[in-house]
Design a binder for this molecule. Structure first.
Ligand code: SAM
Length: 337
């Protein structure tokens, strides 16, 4: 029984080790080579090889490295997920989640104060690193399969015009536009995410299909002839009032019969394997995003969609981190005011 307490207490050591490995570019270094701790120390310019030997042994015990005699090389899992040029790279996600190190370290205080604290507010990292890691982490998730699942579950045949509110790095517009060459997407977001979005859109040769608009999705004047609106990763970070407002705006932006796609952390099925992530996510969102944030139930989001006027609401659990809800604006109904 006491092992459970030891495990819970020591788990943060594991997060520190994987974070340091990513930050030190270790997995890039050991992708194809086997190096000793002295050689690794030399490459990463560490002053004391004894520290690096202990660290590499810790990586090996966690399964991140393999050790043969005195040489270390990446394990298969590190080669797949922690080497930056690999398609399933998750290193930015590792950094983003662990950027909340000081925030979690102050959990008792923040609980008593009922307060959110972002990583650049407590000095753990600076604002630009926060934004870069946050946005690249969202892109990691999309590339890990979330983008493919979205494409698989959303039929945009014949649809011409997509509005991606809070589209971030544009990963999902990229996935949908690549799969639907007739589709044009307009992404509305803030300056920092759009800088990364520009790069990703260009790398995918989709500049002719995707337009980036720097603006506030709560106030920007929107056309009213979109075939589809995507709201991904937004519902969790806003209050119910803000969410109802953005759904209302999406409704008015859609043509009759248009499709709304909500993709987010949502409790849709009662799959026990999701309970840990859903439960911890709710706490993390409060601590690290906004006192109004939260991991909502699919039924709650569906009820907001219904109240807004949407019909044919379908909740779709996915094997990936984010779930989907699809709904339609009824054909030939007046705009709501
Ligand atoms: C969690 S990210 C999701 C990004 C992307 N849609 C995805 O699913 O990966 C939330 C995004 O909403 C954007 N956002 C939040 N409030 C916004 C607002 N009022 N106007 C425009 N963008 C906003 C943030 O800048 C951020 O890029």
């Amino acid at each position: 029984m006491e092992n459970k307490i030891y495990d819970l207490t020591l788990n943060f050591w594991n997060s520190a080790v994987i974070r340091a490995g990513v930050k030190l570019n270790l997995f890039n270094l050991l992708e194809k080579k086997a190096l000793s701790s002295v050689e690794v120390s030399h490459h990463i310019k560490a002053s004391n090889p004894r520290f690096i030997q202990a660290f590499l042994d810790a990586c090996a015990i966690l399964g991140l490295l393999e050790k043969e005699e005195d040489k270390f090389t990446n394990s298969a899992i590190s080669n797949e997920f922690l080497v930056p040029h690999q398609p399933k790279y998750l290193g930015d996600y590792v950094c983003h989640i662990t950027n909340y190190w000081h925030t979690w370290g102050k959990l008792d205080t923040l609980l008593l104060e009922g307060r959110t604290e972002l990583p650049f507010e407590n000095g753990f990292i600076d604002t630009s690193t926060y934004w870069a890691d946050y946005m690249k982490a969202q892109h990691n998730r999309a590339m890990m399969g979330q983008g493919a699942k979205l494409v698989e579950n959303v039929n945009l045949n014949g649809k011409q015009k997509l509005l991606d509110l809070g589209g971030g790095t544009g990963s999902y517009s990229v996935a949908l536009c690549a799969a639907n060459p007739q589709l044009k997407s307009i992404i509305v977001d803030q300056k920092e995410p759009l800088e990364l979005a520009r790069k990703i859109v260009d790398e995918n040769n989709l500049a002719n299909q995707i337009t980036l608009v720097e603006d506030d999705f709560n106030t920007i004047e929107l056309d009213n002839d979109y075939d589809a609106v995507l709201i991904s990763g937004v519902i969790v970070i806003q209050s119910e009032k803000e969410n109802r407002h953005v759904l209302h705006r999406a409704y008015n932006a859609l043509s009759s019969g248009g499709l709304i796609i909500v993709q987010d952390f949502m409790r849709i099925d009662n799959n026990p394997s999701r309970q840990f992530l859903d439960t911890m996510m709710d706490l993390y969102l409060l601590l690290g995003f906004s006192p109004n944030a939260g991991n909502r139930s699919g039924n709650k989001v569906a009820s907001w969609l219904k109240d807004t006027g949407f019909i044919n609401i379908k909740q779709i659990p996915l094997p990936t981190q984010l779930a989907l809800i699809l709904a339609e604006k009824p054909a030939k109904i007046e705009q709501i005011c």
